[in-house]
Ligand binder design. Structure first.
Ligand code: NAI
Ligand code: MG
Length: 534
């Protein structure tokens, strides 16, 4: 379904008719409500939603943290408190894990028929669809992403993903194995047990879906920790899970901090599997905690510094628009952001001019306002970090083509920033900035750009713009990355696997590939009584 793909929203060819086919009247609004990025941000718009859920979910009950503590979640538009939510810690994680353990070992979930599990997941997806706009508003309020993006693309993608995995729940098959000798051999694909899942703040509910969907479809139970910056949407939808008939203890939700609640999940001896999305540094800690406890298997989806290669024969307008959204989408806070744009020397000047013009037109503003393409960064920490990378780009001699500063006096808004003449050894070309900072580099030959594109500790994604099938095929095979987008970027779908090479992570999420993260394979061998029928 094309409309579920982010690129359909982002690409220049997207029409409002195709977006309306989502069932929502979406207008990207190019040319309307547009203001220069230097214009101050107005008073924040009141979000169209109330906050009703701020507690932990343990064993089917919404409860306060054992310590009684709470912590504030902030509005990135102002830095002000939206709500105080329960601060889970080790004792809450222990309770949640024992509820999940009981629900797995004794409870109905793994024992239900796959069809019954599938029906609960479908019912949840229906409820989520019904509450799409409230959930999207919570996501925007807590994270700062444009409401139109959340309501028209992201939350519908979450619903789609749950339907995709609901469809898998009753299609998980083992094999019959043709072994040598008089034996009947089969494999059973069984759920692993209690899954510990830790998600980041950049796509709070989408990352929840990538993890919860396959884990539940395979019959596991869950303890999930949200990111401390964005706890609200998961709290809201977890109530919908109870309404959909999910038995108590199957999905437990902890809000809290990484070094306390997060580490308690990773170290727990009764957690059988871990899935983590976040920074590479925290990924290393997660892996270490898993190895120091019970050697639980770990799926990691980490950072990136993904290259985009614009060849001399590329459709330049297509490349400019895609490279723009590849970097600036979600305020630049994407693990797969196209953050090193290599452009062939023959089309370099034209590309830089057009990339700059596009960035200058980017609509920055209150994410609840129609037509806004870019809201604030998530918090003050990221805001300062991004501004310091911008300073480092200027100091290291890259050419600042646009932006370079914050916007307004409140909140965490940053101008869409474009650097040209970026060199491989500059910090802005090496580190994951996770902000609206595009780096454009020049190349001459294919061999050279392959070597430079691969000279990174990351390997999450890559983009290629060319009209030549042989160039596309060469780059597809030569680039060391988990996803290669040819003449497009950020095309996501529930069925397309996602994950990284090198320090971008271990394993794949989404599609059929995610099922194996949540299944054990048991070989069953039975002697055949009458070998004559072998
Ligand atoms: P982070 O990796 O520390 O946080 C992600 C999740 O891990 C959160 O839920 C956090 O509470 C949890 N966590 C933190 N420390 C933990 C620990 N010791 N044990 C268990 N869980 C722990 O990322 P952070 O600090 O929010 O952002 C820093 C940088 O990470 C960003 O600037 C960006 O470069 C990168 N990042 C990458 C993401 C991706 O999608 N790959 C998402 C978020 C951040
Ligand atoms: Mg927040």
């Amino acid at each position: 379904m094309a409309t579920q793909k982010l690129s359909s929203l982002l690409s220049v060819s997207a029409t409002s008719a195709s977006l309306r086919s989502l069932g929502r009247h979406f207008s990207w609004g190019r040319g309307i409500n547009r203001f220069s990025t230097s214009v101050a941000i107005e008073e924040p718009i009141t979000p169209p939603v109330q906050i009703d859920h701020t507690q932990l979910l343990i064993n089917g009950q919404f409860v306060d943290a054992a310590s009684g503590k709470t912590f504030p979640t902030l509005d990135p538009r102002t830095g002000e408190v939206i709500a105080h939510v329960s601060e889970g810690d080790t004792e809450d994680v222990n309770r949640a894990v024992s509820a999940a353990r009981k629900a797995f070992d004794e409870g109905p979930w793994p024992k239900m028929t796959p069809y019954e599990r599938s029906r609960i997941l479908f019912r949840f997806a229906d409820l989520l669809e019904k509450h799409n706009d409230e959930v999207a508003a919570l996501e925007t309020w807590d994270n700062g992403k444009p409401y139109e993006q959340a309501a028209n693309v992201e939350i519908p993608m979450v619903t789609r993903l749950f339907r995709y995995y609901a469809g898998w729940a009753d299609k998980i098959h083992g094999l019959t194995v043709p072994a040598d000798g008089p034996y009947h051999v089969q494999t059973l694909h069984e759920p692993i047990g209690v899954a510990g899942q830790i998600v980041p703040w950049n796509f709070p509910l989408l990352m929840y879906a990538w993890k919860v969907g396959p884990a539940l479809a395979c019959g596991n139970t869950i303890v999930l920790k949200t990111a401390e910056q964005t706890p609200l949407s998961a709290m809201y939808v977890s109530k919908l899970f109870l309404e959909a008939g999910l038995p108590p203890g199957v999905l437990n939700l902890i809000s809290g901090f990484g070094p306390t609640a997060g580490a308690a999940i990773c170290s727990h001896m009764d957690v059988d599997k871990l899935a983590f999305t976040g920074s590479t540094n925290t990924g290393k800690i997660v892996l270490e905690l898993a190895s120091k406890s019970n050697l639980k298997p770990v799926t990691l989806e980490l950072g990136g510094k993904s290259p985009i290669i614009v060849c001399e024969d590329a459709d330049i307008d297509l490349a400019v628009e895609n490279a723009h959204s590849a970097l600036f989408f979600n305020q630049g806070q994407c693990c797969c952001a196209g953050s090193r744009t290599f452009v062939h020397e023959r089309v370099y000047d034209e590309f830089v001019e057009k990339a700059k013009a596009r960035a200058l037109k980017r609509v920055v503003g209150d994410p609840f306002k129609k037509g806004v393409e870019q809201g604030p960064q998530i918090d003050g920490v990221q805001f300062k970090k991004i501004l310091s990378y911008i300073r480092s780009g200027i100091e290291s001699g890259a050419t600042l083509e646009s932006g370079g500063d914050s916007v307004g006096s409140k909140g965490y808004y940053i101008q869409p920033t474009v650097f040209s003449n970026v060199q491989d050894d500059m910090l802005i070309a090496k580190d994951e900035i996770f902000g609206p900072v595009q780096s454009i580099l020049k190349f001459q030959t294919l061999d050279e750009v392959i070597r430079r594109a691969n000279a990174s500790r990351y390997g999450l994604a890559a983009g290629v713009f060319t009209k030549n099938i042989n160039t596309a095929n060469t780059l597809t095979r030569a680039l060391k990355a988990g996803t290669i987008w040819i003449n497009c970027y950020i095309v996501f779908d529930a069925a397309i696997p996602f994950g990284g090479y090198k320090m971008s992570g271990h394993g794949r999420e989404k599609g059929i590939y995610s099922l194996s993260n949540y299944l054990q394979v048991k070989a069953v061998v039975t002697p055949l009584e009458n070998p004559a029928w072998l």
